[in-house]
Each structure stands twice: as C-alpha cells, then as structure tokens.
Design a protein around this ligand. Structure first.
Ligand SMILES: [Zn+2]
Length: 175
C-alpha cells in the first residue's frame, strides 16, 4: 500500500472506508448482496446528487478505487467477481434496477429507506470483539512471560507475592 493510496483511503468518507477495520480483519464475512448495498450506499455518500449508479462507470470504478480495502473479501479473490456482483445487484431485494427508466440495463439504486446506520452494524461489533479478544490474549501472554521471569527468582518472597497476584489475574482473564 503506497502513501498516496493511504491518504485517499483516509480522506474518503464513505461507508466502506469507515468500515476498514472490518474489511481488513482476517476473514471478513459478508454476503455479496449486503456488500452491494454498502457499495451503493457509499456511492450515494460520495455523489449525493446522483440517484442511479451505473455498474461500469460507478460500481466497478468504485471497487477499483477501494481495492486496498475490498480485495480481502473472498468474492474478489475469484476471477469472475464481476459476474457475482452483477447477480447480487439483480437479486438483492433492497436494490432497485433502473431498467425501465433508462431503457438500459446496468443502472441501480438503493430502495428508499435502506440506508443502514453504522452504529448497529454486526460487522462493527464483530471487529470490536476481535480487537478486544486480541488485546486480552496479549495481556495473558505478557502475564505468562512475567511469571516465567519471576520463577527464575526462586524462593524470593516478593517474587512469590507477585506470582500469586499474576496467577489470580490470569485465572480471572481466562474465565
Ligand atoms: Zn471510500
């Protein structure tokens, strides 16, 4: 990831960029239809005056510009991801096609009232959970290390007291 790309990601205020924590977690799980809803929501945030978004001009370009964040998702590791995205756009009940309006396929918008708030998102909760679990694991590892060091002091009374406190901490953390 280059510095320029980094800055773009930070400057872009869209929903996908705000969820960078979720998308860069080890195996981000997201339904393709849900992903398409988030992409349309993000496009609307970037271009609030535009109603329908074109698959080639808007959606694929958006994906390309957000490749740093999105390429971690399983669907984008496949060669035919464009076909999967197209299918999801056509089958997602929350997405409206502009076929009649434009007399052309490839135009989509979110149905009214679909914009999801960021606060009650399960993805955010899952990310928070994994961050908290990782930091607890870090503390546990540190405590184990400290105990190993203290054990080298043999029968020293203070070392024993410290060991006792740390064992208690470990027990409560591991429960
Ligand atoms: Zn963005």
């Amino acid at each position: 990831m280059s510095c320029v790309e980094d800055q773009r990601v930070i400057l872009c205020p869209c929903t996908i960029c705000r969820k960078v924590g979720f998308f860069s977690s080890e195996k981000p799980k997201i339904k393709t239809t849900r992903l398409c809803v988030l992409i349309l929501q993000s496009l609307k945030e970037i271009k609030p005056l535009q109603d329908y978004f074109n698959l080639k001009d808007d959606v694929y370009l958006f994906i390309q510009q957000h490749w740093n964040i999105l390429s971690n998702i399983t669907i984008f590791k496949k060669q035919n991801w464009k076909k999967s995205i197209l299918d999801a756009f056509n089958h997602c009940p929350q997405i409206k096609s502009g076929k009649e309006l434009f007399n052309n396929i490839g135009y989509y918008k979110l149905k009214d009232g679909i914009i999801t708030s960021i606060s009650d998102d399960t993805e955010i909760l899952e990310t928070m959970n994994s961050i908290v679990m990782a930091s607890i694991q870090n503390v546990i590892n540190q405590l184990y290390n400290n105990l190993l060091i203290l054990n080298k002091f043999g029968n020293d009374l203070i070392a024993q007291q410290h060991s006792y406190i740390m064992m208690n901490l470990l027990t409560s953390l591991c429960n």
